[in-house]
Design a protein around this ligand. Structure first.
Ligand SMILES: *Cc1c(COP(=O)(O)O)cnc(C)c1O
Length: 229
């Protein structure tokens, strides 16, 4: 299957999931996860209409930014080390992995130095998996209140990585929990914060995630085939 036909198929599935959940006509953004993918294939993806790509390593994001430039929007979707913030500041449309105060401080400081505001999502480890980063659901509100007056970062929503399982009931429960948390935060009407984005859903679960309210999915293997690492 070609990259183009894979994307067409995913977009059809996205439409179906929206329809199924009564959200027909709403917008869901597809982020093509390009980690380990070479420049030629990324350029092909851009040619067939993709305008958002996701990387999980700073070094790889930097390299691709240098070669491709800003004809595409970059999303940092992986764990972000505080000492690497300076390398990607100003290069991202959205950082999906804000999960601790020290990182928020560094992002705010570096953004201020560059006279920009960096848009971020808070990563939530809904399933509380040992192997994954992210705040617990019950920690999120406190964290938000801690960083709400940081002027050079703006919280735009929430992100989660669901467990690698085919248990549909469990997956739905996780997605619904994050959706409800998002609504709960939105209803507090904080200043300097918006809950525009709910980044959830990957190759194996993006349809379920959309049915449960996601509006930003991060898909790699369904576009490029299985990664060999
Ligand atoms: C790799 C990755 C994805 C994409 O995974 P696929 O299963 O290949 O779609 C999505 N989100 C994050 C954070 C990732 O690291």
């Amino acid at each position: 299957m070609s990259i183009q036909s894979n994307i067409i198929m995913i977009e059809e599935n996205m439409e179906k999931a929206l329809k199924k959940s009564g959200r027909e006509g709403e917008k869901v953004e597809l982020i093509a996860v390009t980690k380990t993918i070479d420049i030629d294939r990324i350029n092909e993806t851009i040619r067939v209409g993709i305008s958002n790509i996701g990387e999980n390593k700073v070094q790889e994001l930097e390299k691709k930014y240098d070669l491709i430039g800003d004809t595409v929007n970059y999303h940092m979707i992986g764990h972000l080390q505080t000492n690497k913030v300076k390398n990607i500041i100003g290069k991202t449309r959205l950082i999906h992995s804000l999960d601790r105060l020290s990182l928020a401080k560094e992002l705010d400081k570096r953004s201020k130095n560059n006279a920009i505001v960096t848009d971020v999502l808070i990563q939530v480890n809904v399933a509380e998996e040992e192997s994954k980063f992210g705040l617990k659901v019950e920690e999120v509100l406190y964290f938000i209140e801690e960083i709400l007056d940081f002027k050079n970062i703006k919280i735009r929503g929430l992100m989660t990585i669901a467990p690698n399982t085919t248990d549909e009931i469990l997956l739905r429960k996780i997605f619904r929990t994050l959706y409800n948390l998002k609504e709960n935060i939105k209803n507090k009407n904080y200043e300097n914060l918006s809950m525009d984005y709910l980044s959830m859903g990957m190759t194996n679960d993006y349809e379920l995630a959309i049915e449960e309210g996601s509006n930003m999915i991060r898909v790699g293997s369904a576009i490029f085939g299985k990664r060999n690492y």
